[in-house]
Design a protein around this ligand. Structure first.
Ligand code: SF4
Ligand code: SF4
Length: 89
């Protein structure tokens, strides 16, 4: 069999990225900004639970869908939500 001397033009695909969403319920005011602006509906307000200030707070409804845009992190007025990247092989 002939050995090809052609080299790929494009870089090999990078490992897919996944993101983890961390929320601090006691800091959260339940303002829903993160819920409204998440483009893929990862977040929702937990209407069955209260934090230490007797407020409903944000929780992840579909954590695996996070695309790491960090809209939620930038918008949160109480710095209650953080996104971090995890590398998947
Ligand atoms: S980083 Fe983007 S996709 Fe992920 S939860 Fe926040 S707003 Fe949604
Ligand atoms: S934007 Fe911040 S304070 Fe508002 S619901 Fe989301 S996590 Fe809570």
């Amino acid at each position: 069999m002939l050995k090809s001397s052609r080299k790929p033009i494009l870089a090999p695909p990078q490992a897919e990225k996944e993101y983890s969403v961390r929320i601090y319920p006691d800091q959260c005011d339940g303002c829903e900004l993160c819920v409204e602006f998440c483009p893929v509906d990862v977040l929702e307000i937990d209407l069955e639970s209260y934090n230490s200030r007797m407020l409903h707070y944000a929780k992840t409804a579909k954590p695996d869908d996070c695309v790491g845009c960090k809209q939620c992190e930038r918008l949160c007025p109480t710095a209650s939500i953080f996104i971090s990247e995890k590398e998947v092989s």
